[in-house]
Design a protein around this ligand. Structure first.
Ligand SMILES: Nc1ncnc2c1ncn2[C@@H]1O[C@H](COP(=O)(O)OP(=O)(O)OP(=O)(O)O)[C@@H](O)[C@H]1O
Ligand SMILES: [Mg+2]
Length: 290
């Protein structure tokens, strides 16, 4: 089971003075269970790519095949696709339009064949895992929530459907560091339970700590693709595509420059911590022995 893009090309408003080429012959496969990071300079085509993946934009050319079926085939079950593939937009706050938070989170389940009790269970679960008490927040107007809360509510609405594939466009932009780590942990937990996750981010630390595989786009094409470590370690290519070094990677480099033995492939905070613990414990041990 997978999401497959085959030779996708897309131009916005072709043949007009506003014509903008967004994607140029992109092919890609995302397999069930993966955690994918999608990066690249602003305007390189990331949001366009995921909207095509979700069937929200029809590409000028190419095919989107989800779990073996082309979504443009006649009679394709679009309602089923909405249940299978959840997308959180770049500015998810704009997805909120119901009169209460509960109704907003419930919206995606409108056409689901779950019983009302099962729907309520899903909705309450979605509120809770995104850090809300449904009894307190459910009856509020979404307009009463802060920017960060609105974002979490929009994410709850997508999660309530329990999609098999979850696509998030810059979900952590603007979150404080604690909220960001909490959110990334939630994504890792959902992935452990079987959800395939594709996350767009400009944040090298978040991608280094989250993604198994990273795709870097440039000018409407896939420029680099591979396991996250390899992508970040290939500095000339990464620099060219505008991918910065993660903070942990940078600190590891500085420590190496000062003669501290930290492995070259440290990219994420947790890897750096592990290395430092080993290093300083070893130091302590050798001091103990003397
Ligand atoms: N609705 C639209 N109409 C016309 N052109 C568009 C539209 N949306 C995007 N574009 C153009 O298509 C190209 C790709 O845009 P896209 O939004 O996919 O980039 P992105 O990688 O998501 O950028 P960012 O990191 O800034 O979100 C850009 O040149 C952009 O100006
Ligand atoms: Mg975008």
């Amino acid at each position: 089971m997978s999401i497959e893009l085959k030779n996708i090309t897309h131009i916005y408003e072709p043949g007009t003075p506003f014509e903008a080429a967004a994607l140029n012959n992109v092919s890609l496969e995302i397999r069930e269970g993966e955690k994918i990071g999608l990066m690249g300079r602003t305007g390189c085509g990331k949001s366009t790519l995921i909207q095509i993946m979700a069937g929200l934009i029809k590409p000028l050319n190419g095919n989107v095949i989800i779990d073996g079926i082309d979504i443009d085939e006649e009679g394709y079950d679009r309602t089923g696709l909405r249940q299978k593939l959840g997308i959180v937009f770049q500015y998810p706050e704009v997805q909120l339009f119901e009169t209460t938070a509960y109704k907003d989170v419930a919206f995606g389940l409108k056409y689901s064949d779950l019983t009302p009790e099962e729907k309520d269970e899903n909705i309450r679960w979605a509120f809770e895992i995104t850090g809300f008490d449904p009894d307190k927040v459910g009856s509020k107007s979404p307009l009463e929530l802060s920017g960060g809360e609105k974002r979490r509510l929009a994410i709850a609405g997508v999660l309530a459907v329990r999609p098999k594939y979850l696509i998030l466009d810059e979900p952590i932009a603007g979150l404080d560091p604690v909220a960001r780590e909490k959110f990334l942990k939630l994504l890792r937990d959902l992935n452990e339970e079987g959800m395939t996750i594709i996350m767009i981010s400009h944040n090298a630390d978040a991608i280094a700590g989250f993604a198994d595989r990273t795709i870097v786009m440039s000018n409407g094409r896939i420029e680099i693709e591979g396991d996250t470590k390899t992508v970040f370690m290939d500095r000339p290519k990464a620099d060219e595509a505008g991918i910065s070094v993660s903070t942990a990677g940078r600190i590891a480099g500085m420590l190496r420059d000062r003669g501290i033995d930290v492995s070259e492939d440290v990219m994420s905070e947790s890897e750096l911590l592990k290395e430092l613990c080993v290093h300083f414990n070893n130091d302590n041990r050798s001091e103990d022995q003397t």
